[in-house]
Each structure stands twice: as C-alpha cells, then as structure tokens.
Design a protein around this ligand. Structure first.
Ligand SMILES: NC(=O)c1ccc[n+]([C@@H]2O[C@H](COP(=O)([O-])OP(=O)(O)OC[C@H]3O[C@@H](n4cnc5c(N)ncnc54)[C@H](OP(=O)(O)O)[C@@H]3O)[C@@H](O)[C@H]2O)c1
Length: 262
C-alpha cells in the first residue's frame, strides 16, 4: 500500500496512540487527515504541528450517532471518498462492576464499540470508492484476555475483535483490508490514573500498526512473547489462566480502582 496519496479518517488522532499513528503516517508521506475528537483545542494543535498536512476536524463524540453522521457528511463533502478508516478513539472506566456508574458503562460501550460500528457502517460507501482501502480497529489485549475490574471495557474491546473478523470476511469482494490492533498498557493520557509502570510507548504501537498495514497483517499484537504465551494459555486452558490471575488480583483491584479516562 502506498500511503502518500491516502485520505485517512482517524478517531482520537489528537492524543496518545492515535496521535502517534498520525505522526507515523505523516512520516510515511500521508498528508490528508480527518481527525475526530471532542476537545477542539487538541484538534487545532494538529495543523500547527504538521503544517504540510491538511486536516479536516471532526469535532464531536463518536459515541453519538448524530455526530457520527456529521463526521461522514463532512468527509463526503470535502473528499467524496476515503481510503483508510482508523477506529482508535477509546475511553475506560475500571473497578469492581458494581462500583462503576451506569453512565460510564453505557458510554464505554457507546464510544468503544457502537460508535466504532456506526462510523464504519457509514464510512463504507466512501471506502468502497477507493481502489486500495483499509479499516484499522484499535482493540486491546483485554479484548482477547478478560481481566478483573475491566469487564465492560473488555466486553467492548472483545466486540471490536469479532466485529473486525466478521467484517473482513464480509468485505472479501472489495479491496478493503481489515486489521485489528491489540495494544497492551501504553503510556498515554488514558493511563494517567492507572498507576502502572513498564508501559509500551505510543510510538511503538504506531510503528507496529503501520508495519502491519503495509504487510497486510490482519492482527497486530503488542506485548511480545509474553502476550503470545498468555493468549495461548488463556485460549487452551482458561482455568489455568484463572490461577495466574489470582496472583495479581489485589494489585489489579488497587490499580483499577482509580483508573478512569472518559
Ligand atoms: N493506553 C493503553 O494502555 C491502551 C491499551 C490498550 C488499548 N488502548 C486503546 O487505544 C486507543 C487509544 O487510546 P489512548 O491510550 O491513546 O488514549 P488517549 O490518549 O486518552 O486518547 C484517546 C483519544 O480518543 C479521543 N476520544 C475519546 N473519546 C472520544 C469520543 N467520545 N469521541 C471522539 N473522540 C474521542 C480523545 O479525544 P477527546 O478527548 O478530545 O475526545 C483522544 O484523542 C483506545 O481505543 C484505547 O482503548 C489503549
């Protein structure tokens, strides 16, 4: 895939992993970005930091269907097409399930999953005009291994995984590649309240994402061999993995109790 001439719509491209993906694409020659986000100031900063690129700012909430339709309308009006959709925007509200507000539960599903599906649905007519298109969905390691105190987040991220897989098969007759990215703990604003160390960098996640896209990968996992072993154990022997999780239960409870980025 040649990234130079591509028109890219990315949600959450103003911060963290999304911002690093914008940077990596820019370094690869991409110059046309549509970036969705709620904070206008963060969006406006992009044009200052990348003066040679052109930005469409899609100001709004990806969890709100009206905003999603407005994003697509703007992209259609300005570009009349789209090559790459990157569903990256995400939020988290962790802790014991009974302690999480109903509002946070609903918003995690709306933003992390329903909004992603709606945006993809309405972007498809634009993507189908492209001769070389891609949809990149940012899930999480928690989308394949459910961990305590992240049940709602994990549900949304697991939903993203199967959505990607089903859509990839549905779109077999179109030149639209579908890829899922599984970051592990990554040092971004989302993790400020998580009290975690030894995190991945957003630049490394972005670099793997672009490499995976260019190589036609369908899944891009972060976390190295440890993650691979964990996935295998959890898939083949989930009860053994339960035992492993018991050892980190209290540390995870402590860590999750303040982890909120909504
Ligand atoms: N960091 C990690 O450890 C980690 C691990 C696994 C997976 N992930 C996933 O990676 C993705 C990026 O996360 P990050 O760590 O880079 O987080 P981040 O730094 O907090 O960035 C999240 C981005 O999403 C945007 N966003 C959030 N809610 C939105 C909404 N309702 N509508 C539109 N835009 C919205 C934010 O912009 P506004 O606030 O301006 O709306 C921001 O640009 C997420 O899907 C996350 O779940 C992260």
């Amino acid at each position: 895939m040649n990234l130079n001439d591509k028109k890219v719509l990315i949600t959450g491209g103003s911060s963290g992993i999304g911002r690093a993906i914008v940077d990596a694409l820019y370094q690869s020659g991409t110059r046309s970005f549509a970036v969705a986000g709620r904070d206008e100031a963060k969006l406006n900063q992009l044009a200052k930091d990348y003066p040679e690129a052109s930005f469409l700012y899609l100001h709004g909430n990806v969890g709100n269907p009206t905003d999603v339709m407005a994003f697509i309308k703007k992209v259609d009006q300005e570009w009349a097409g789209l090559d790459i959709l990157i569903n990256n925007a995400g939020v988290v509200s962790a802790g014991p399930l009974e302690d999480i507000s109903d509002e946070d539960i609903i918003a995690q599903i709306d933003i992390n999953l329903t909004g992603l599906i709606l945006l993809t649905k309405h972007a498809l007519p634009l993507l189908k005009k492209s001769t070389e298109a891609a949809i990149i969905n940012v899930s999480s390691g928690l989308g394949v291994i459910g961990l305590p105190f992240y049940a709602t987040y994990a549900a949304a991220k697991a939903g993203t995984v199967n959505f990607s897989e089903a859509l990839r098969r549905e779109l077999r007759d179109f030149p639209i590649h579908v890829m899922t990215v599984y970051p592990t703990a990554t040092d971004t604003p989302m993790m400020k309240t998580a009290n975690t160390s030894n995190m991945d960098t957003p630049e490394a996640v972005a670099e793997s994402t672009i490499r995976g896209l260019l190589a036609g990968e369908i899944d891009v996992f972060r976390g190295g061999t440890q993650m691979l072993e964990n996935r295998k154990l959890n898939f083949e022997h989930p009860l053994e993995y339960d035992e492993k999780v018991k050892g980190m239960y209290w540390a995870m409870k402590e860590r999750a109790s303040k982890h909120r980025s909504m």
